[in-house]
Design a protein. Structure first.
Length: 153
């Protein structure tokens, strides 16, 4: 399925209405331990989010959905499979996260993909500020997330 007029494959949208800006506020923060959720072995807090993203890797682009962000990376659902180690760009609103794939699991109708961020280029919108706050909480050492103060004199 292609995004209207763009020629970019689009991840299927759920039956609920999508946010016109493409980014919805974080839903909740959960902390998982070894004994919660069965197979889940995560020791870090993760933030459940619903960010629409344009993913670009090796000349291919598609629309995907960021489902959570944690100290170990960003989880993205994609309509095509990427390989571990593959460089990737995630565009959300006017910001871009640069990183590489750390895992890619096949689900029924998509590929659940983990991305480790190596650098972030933040835009100036309020949506980018939201993304910055979530990334500062989960991946604080990622270059490009530094808080900047502007002197208005």
């Amino acid at each position: 399925m292609a995004a209207r007029g763009s020629g970019i494959p689009e991840f299927p949208q759920p039956g609920t209405g999508a946010n016109p800006g493409g980014i919805e506020p974080p839903l909740k923060s959960i902390s998982l331990s070894d004994d919660s959720l069965g197979m889940e072995r995560r020791q870090q807090e993760r933030y459940e989010v619903r960010f629409e993203t344009k993913v670009t890797a090796n000349g291919r682009s598609a629309l995907g959905r960021v489902s959570n962000i944690s100290g170990s990376g960003i989880s993205v659902d994609l309509p095509f499979q990427l390989s571990p180690g593959e460089p990737v760009e995630l565009e959300m609103a006017d910001s871009t996260v640069y990183g590489h794939v750390i895992y890619a699991n096949t689900e029924s109708d998509h590929f659940h993909t983990g991305v480790l961020a190596s650098r972030v280029a933040l835009g100036g919108t309020s949506l980018s500020s939201l993304l910055q706050r979530v990334l500062l909480e989960t991946l604080p050492l990622t270059p490009g997330l530094e808080r900047t103060e502007v002197y208005l004199g």
